[in-house]
Design a protein around this ligand. Sequence first.
Ligand code: GLU
Length: 487
Amino acid sequence: MFAQTMFRRRGPKWLLATGILLLLWGCSEPQPSALERIQKDGVLRVVTRNSPATYFQDRNGETGFEYELVKRLADDLGVDLQIETADNLDELFAGLSRENGPVLAAAGLVSSSGRRSQARFSEPYLEVAPQVIYRNGQSRPTRPEDLLGKRILVLKGSSHAEQLAALKVQFPELNYEESDAVEVVDLLRMVDEGEIDLTLVDSNELAMNQVYFPNVRVAFDLGDASSLSWAVAPGADDSLLKEVNAFLERVKQNGTLQRLKDRYYGHVDVLGYVGAYTFAKHLQQRLPRYEQHFRQTAKTREVDWRLLAAIGYQESLWQPNATSKTGVRGLMMLTQRTAQAMGVANRLDAKQSISGGSKYFSMIKQDLAPELEEPDRTWFALAAYNIGIAHLGDARKLAEAEGLNPNKWLDVKKMLPRLAQKQWYSKTRYGYARGGETVHFVQNIRRYYDILTWVTQPQLEGSQVAESGLHVPGIDKRKPDATTPQM
Ligand code: GLU
């Protein structure tokens, strides 16, 4: 009886409500997935960090490892890429969860267990090791206990802060600071200059930044290797993450990822760690003496002075008295013949050498086939500067015969080493040449050029720095009190 009353009393209302719900449900569109929204908007919004290892602006606009990789994802999706930079890691993760905020974080992030509540991670794209960094000349820490009593600073909210927190459980006397006002470049500079004793950064960041900080050394790897992944908001649906994982698998398979790794992190392989410290030292001690000459001559030749400086470093490590056994001499290592042709009276005079070498480089660049377009044209000009236009022409013909593109540096680069192998050079017009060396020559110069570009980029240097010589990145970015931890 009671049940019946209840039924009678609630029945019609309940039926009505269900009916309305069904009606609404039938009429409303199903919610679009995260991926569908990106496709509909035509924009992929990504949040990252501003650092040489992730994202920065250079002469050609936006660049950096993360940028280049995520740009390819946007291209594959057929949408525009919109980058937002977060000032620190907390802001980065908050951005990801913000309504109408960025949908993907591509920022050199370790997919640590402590971050599971802040994000969902993709498959890994780079293996890294967390490294304790100390200053050359100080005693080298070799195990976690050695961190006790040291002034340690790490990025706030970083995987390293998480590691130190875990370590503190084991060693309660361990003290460290976290800061959200610094980037990895600042941490390394502070170790380099002795402002702090130690920091922790990932090996990819050190590989990218070692060249700026001559005194920075790896003490030891703290814990196991970890991996970097991209991240989406914790509550996001699967659609974007699935697409991202499929993309990462594709770039692993087709070699794109490896090429990017070589380009951004490969210079430590190219230079070696010792070469990287040395470059950093020379950047501070030698380049300032010649910077004005490079700048002046670059203006008349309409080339980027940093490219000329990069050639000078490759040729002589910026030493005006350099001499080789084969009789090439001076900062730009000119032969007697080239020097004469370029009107250089004294090859050992740095200013004359720079001006002669630059003139020679611009002439070669102008003489290249008109179908070679930038940026490849610059790499071809460097190759020709090293091996001569005739041999470069041979390598381009070999590329064509292989069905490769003779106007693409990446393709011709593969052919250059063949000029040193009889089975190939016997078929060319100009014969044997040490093409493998040319590939290294160009690769090294590109590397130096990239470094110089980052070091002198306008967003970091302020208007005066360029005039007063080179500065390491990050120094002028924030006020000193913001980067100096209170310890
Ligand atoms: N990879 C670090 C992290 O995930 C940030 C950059 C670094 O310190 O290497 O927190």
